[in-house]
Design a protein around this ligand. Structure first.
Ligand code: TYM
Length: 377
């Protein structure tokens, strides 16, 4: 290339045009997106560069339970101001159990609307559907090759689900934690807000990431779990030794966040407790402990304050109060959900935008991984 003559002038003019166009593009995106991840030419640019990155997910296998809400999604919404957040509907995970196509499609839409109704804001966070971002399946496969059979065999969720679905113990159910590791590591997440039941999967993610880094250098950030103090393990109302789960066959065992107020109150009235009468948090009082934790999470009162409030009043009053407090707590979520479901066009624009953003962010890590492994670029 000639160095003198017109060439420097052309190069300078070309650079100026690039900078100008970059600036226009950037300001357009910035003004459209408000706060949050800003994506420019495959880069994630963030206001206040030092904010930590959050990634979490939930399966669209039914309407979220009160457990999902208190244990996870409520905290996700609160984290949006302080962190760079990416939240996803884990639909690839959902097919480890057989799903009816029509029902799954409806549930994905419903659950996406629920995430927004619970306070997730597409102007602040990247909110996407996992199957719309191919990098997850790709890295999931690669990480499965760095996860040991013995590690996966120890996962309690695998053991539980294989018992529940003895006729369909598929390979996806077994390698599920490698896919979950991919979800987290693709975004170089610092923190992963989860309920207690996902702790073991996060530990495995950390092990796999450290192993990969040990072989190839510093590729993945090692994520920390973020488990809330109250509500990290909301228990079933029918059997307080088990977690509250949206796949429970007994609908009285869980509160769905779209249950009508009267249903919620009825379910709490029926909640299994014990043969004593004193409302206090003590070992062996699983049912009451669970109700006290729920009441504490929705009212912000401490366990001592709750004990004082119900001293001498018995379980009947207490259960009614918990039901009413939960119904009131969920009312704004339910109202917002109804508004969102009436505007499918808006929902679609949100999940498309979320997928584009997630694809751009995750492809950076994926490319790096492929290069390290030795694939031809
Ligand atoms: P999932 O769909 O079972 O649950 C979503 C979130 O809700 C929490 N949770 C609970 N918290 C308190 N009490 C309960 N009874 C209760 N039930 C559920 C879960 O701990 C979880 O935080 N594998 C995940 C989805 C996932 C994911 C990820 C999560 C896929 N990729 C990456 C974090 C990061 C799952 O099945 O969550």
């Amino acid at each position: 290339m000639p160095d003198g003559g017109l060439w420097p002038v052309i190069r300078k003019a070309y650079m100026s045009v690039c900078v100008y166009l970059g600036g226009v593009q950037k300001s357009r995106l910035l003004s459209r997106r408000g706060k949050g991840f800003f994506i420019l030419k495959g880069e994630a640019i963030m206001e206040g560069e030092k904010k930590k990155v959050i990634l979490s997910g939930i399966q669209p296998t039914g309407v979220f339970t009160l457990g999902n809400y208190i244990g996870a999604v409520k905290n996700w919404a609160a984290m949006q101001e302080e962190f760079r957040c990416a939240y996803m509907l884990a639909d690839l995970h959902a097919i480890t159990v057989r799903q009816e196509p029509k029902v799954l499609r409806e549930q994905i839409l419903t659950c996406y609307a629920l995430l927004l109704a619970c306070g997730l804001d597409p102007e602040k966070s990247v909110i996407f559907i996992q199957s719309q971002v191919p990098a997850h399946a790709e890295l999931g496969w690669m990480l499965a090759c760095y996860t040991q059979f013995g590690e996966l065999s120890r996962m309690t969720q695998f053991k539980d689900k294989s018992q529940q679905h003895a006729d369909n113990i598929n390979a996806g159910l077994f390698t599920y934690p490698s896919l979950m590791a991919a979800d987290i590591l693709l975004y170089q997440a610092d923190l992963v807000p989860i309920g207690e039941d996902q702790r073991q999967h996060l530990e495995l993610t950390r092990d796999v990431a450290s192993r990969f880094n040990g072989i190839y250098g510093n590729v993945f950030k090692i994520p920390e779990g973020y488990i809330a103090k109250t509500g990290a393990r909301v228990k079933s109302l029918a059997d307080p030794t088990k977690k509250m789960s949206k796949s429970d066959e007994n609908p009285n065992a869980y509160v769905s966040i779209l249950d009508k107020p009267e249903t919620i109150i009825k379910k709490f009235k029926r909640a299994v407790t014990d043969s004593e009468t004193e409302v206090c948090f003590r070992e062996g009082k699983d049912g009451i402990n669970n109700l006290m934790s729920i009441y504490s999470a929705v009212t912000g009162r401490t366990l001592d304050e709750i004990t004082a409030e119900f001293a001498g009043r018995g379980y009947g009053d207490f259960k009614a109060a918990v039901g009413e407090a939960v119904a009131e707590y969920l009312r704004p979520v339910q109202e917002k959900f109804a508004r969102l479901m009436a505007d499918k066009g808006y929902l679609e624009s949100c999940y498309r935008q979320g997928a584009e953003q997630a694809q751009r962010i995750s492809s950076r890590t994926l490319e790096k991984v492929k290069k390290k492994i030795g694939f031809v670029q």
